[in-house]
Design a protein around this ligand. Structure first.
Ligand code: ATP
Ligand code: MG
Ligand code: MG
Ligand code: MG
Length: 567
């Protein structure tokens, strides 16, 4: 590819609304452009990387004998009603209506569609086991789309579904898939870990997640130094079913108080009765743009005096997560405005937080009042160990070794679903015993577009992206110096370019005739692993200047056989 024919859209400024490195660098390098909240265009440059990920995933899935197919993105509501997920999936489900008033969803996942296919086409145990997969655009109306394509609303997923006559066969494919996933992430050049996970809204029994390790990861994972034990800490921390909830309040005030970070500050600011017992305290954080909430709830008899040291941005006993329903009921928010509650997410800057307290009926007064407060969250989050019960160095639950904690980005998730969907949709096959059996089923997702961002989180420096070789948009960049004036540099660059092309290398010849500094900056920002600089001085000495993106220094390489030396 010649740079003059390619579309470059690099910028030097760090976009204001991009909080983490991958989001900033994807925007700065021009890989993606935001169309609207959580929806992105992949530029020719970004698309090359996305296709690299897709190709690795596809190759490994094909190698394992799984069958690629393509299902519709738009799915009829009836199917989702049949499984109950029309209601159960929650607000992430994008619902559509056609001109005749028929309802649809834009698929956030495809268990319904594939099980519908299975019930129509799978008849006998002899057709099993079988695994189908697709690489396709999904839509989830995420409560807080953020970090660019890391948590988008529209994103690219590889989703696979396996069907079995019994659980033994399901377990076998599940183990095999675990190995396939490990190979995919290894091939992509990523540092990752597989951990035990909650099966969440998808349902089922056994489940593992694959996490790319990175400080900006939203998930906290714990693993043992002495065994294979590894789990998503969420597993232990999932909010418990509900205690009694607050009564709806009579009064709610919303005011801006950009500097209240502790309950004590609130007490002072609002002249609250410190000796009174708090029945309910809801701390609610909302992103500026949308109606996004995360929340905590204090219950029981604590006076404000007792609570006043509590930082509203920290999670400390007796605070705990409140559920959507509790918060919704407590504040009377409209439907669709609340989602999974999860405060201790790193890298969140633009937050405002509201607090409501119900002081219950007092002796002289019967004031049950609510108030709300907004402030910009500008504080450091507490360290990991404060957020959760497990700490680094704890004994591993299996007794072997110590616990280590790390941040992870969920890039893959595999589930043993059992017969949840086949029972709901009546997908049965004849077994060897001549009887009809509900299909046993597994499902397996990979966040193809998220992997691109995760790879950058793990591989960047202050100058830009440092692609792992298998994901790089181009392997080699050739930079002729002073190309307009120097016929020799132009000629030598062109010759090397041809030679590399012929060898099947993805090479970018920067023939834009820009100042050297600009070319260097662009190539470093974009993260091309190998850079070759060709100039008059080197040519006199019969050399070119070579640099690995991650290296500190240039090397002079003999011009002769340069293509072979570089590869
Ligand atoms: P998360 O916990 O990050 O919300 P999830 O558990 O809801 O993800 P799954 O239903 O397990 O996601 O989907 C399979 C994979 O799809 C995930 O492991 C992740 O890599 C990817 N994925 C899910 N949601 C998004 C999103 N909003 N943007 C990009 N990729 C996503
Ligand atoms: Mg999710
Ligand atoms: Mg998850
Ligand atoms: Mg998941």
């Amino acid at each position: 590819m010649k740079a003059s024919q390619f579309h470059f859209a690099t910028t030097r400024e760090t976009p204001a609304d991009a909080e983490i490195a991958s989001h900033q660098l994807m925007l700065r390098s021009g890989m993606i452009r935001k169309l609207t909240s959580g929806i992105y265009t992949w530029s020719p440059l970004g698309w090359r990387v996305l296709r690299k990920v897709e190709a690795i995933v596809r190759e490994e899935m094909d190698r394992a004998g799984y069958l690629e197919m393509l299902m519709p993105a738009v799915q009829p509501a009836e199917l989702w009603r049949e499984t109950g997920r029309w209601d159960d999936f929650g607000d992430q489900l994008l619902k559509l209506t056609d001109r005749a008033g028929r309802e649809y969803v834009f698929g956030p996942t495809h268990e319904e569609v594939i099980t519908d296919l299975a019930r129509n086409e799978l008849r006998s145990y002899k057709q099993l086991p079988v695994t189908f997969y697709q690489i396709q655009t999904k839509f989830r109306d995420e409560i807080r789309p953020r970090f660019g394509v890391m948590r988008a609303r529209e994103f690219l997923m590889k989703d696979a579904y396996s069907f079995h006559i019994d659980t033994t066969s399901l377990e076998e494919t599940y183990r095999e898939m675990y190995a396939v996933y490990s190979r995919i992430f290894e091939r992509a050049g990523l540092k990752f870990r597989a951990v035990r996970a909650d099966s969440g809204a998808i349902g089922g029994s056994a489940s593992h997640e694959f996490h790319v390790l990175a400080e900006s990861g939203e998930d906290l994972i714990a693993f043992s130094t002495g065994s294979d034990f590894a789990a998503n800490v969420e597993l232990a921390e999932a909010p418990k079913p509900q205690e009694p909830r607050p009564e709806p309040g009579e009064e709610m005030r919303l005011v801006d108080t950009p500097d209240a970070h502790t309950i004590e500050e609130l007490v002072t600011q609002f002249d609250l009765p410190v000796e009174k017992t708090v029945k309910t305290l809801v701390v609610q954080a909302a992103a500026d743009r949308d109606h996004d909430f995360v929340a905590l709830l204090v219950r029981g008899d604590h006076s404000l005096n007792e609570l006043k040291a509590t930082r509203l941005d920290a999670v400390a006993s007796p605070l705990r997560f409140a559920t959507e329903d509790e918060i919704r009921d407590a504040i009377g928010a409209g439907p669709g405005s609340l989602g999974p509650v999860n405060l201790p997410i790193p890298c969140i800057a633009d937050f405002s937080v509201g607090v409501m307290a119900d002081f219950g009926a007092g002796a002289n007064t019967d004031d049950k009042h609510y108030f709300g407060i907004n402030w910009e969250r500008d504080v450091e989050l507490p360290p990991l160990a404060d957020l959760r019960n497990v700490v680094d160095g704890d004994a591993s639950p299996d007794g072997a070794g110590e616990i280590r904690l790390a941040r992870g980005i969920e890039v893959g998730h595999i589930f043993q679903l059992g017969n949840k969907y086949s029972t709901a949709l009546n997908a049965v096959v004849l077994g060897e015993d001549g009887k009809s059996h509900p299909l046993e089923m597994g499902c397996y997702g990979i966040g193809v577009s998220r992997i691109v961002a995760a790879a950058i989180e793990q591989n960047h420096d202050e100058r830009g992206i440092c692609w792992p070789e298998p994901l790089a948009p181009f392997q080699v960049a050739i930079l002729p110096m002073n190309a307009r004036k120097s016929y020799r540099a132009r000629e030598a660059a062109e010759a090397l370019y041809r030679e590399l092309l012929d060898a099947g290398v993805e090479v970018l010849l920067d023939d834009r005739d820009l100042r050297p500094g600009v070319m260097f900056n662009d190539m470093e920002l974009i993260g091309i692993p190998h850079r070759v600089v060709i100039g008059e001085r080197g040519l006199d000495a019969g050399t070119l200047e070579y640099r690995l993106r991650t290296a500190e220094k240039n090397e002079d390489l003999p011009l002769e056989n340069a293509a072979r030396t570089i590869l």
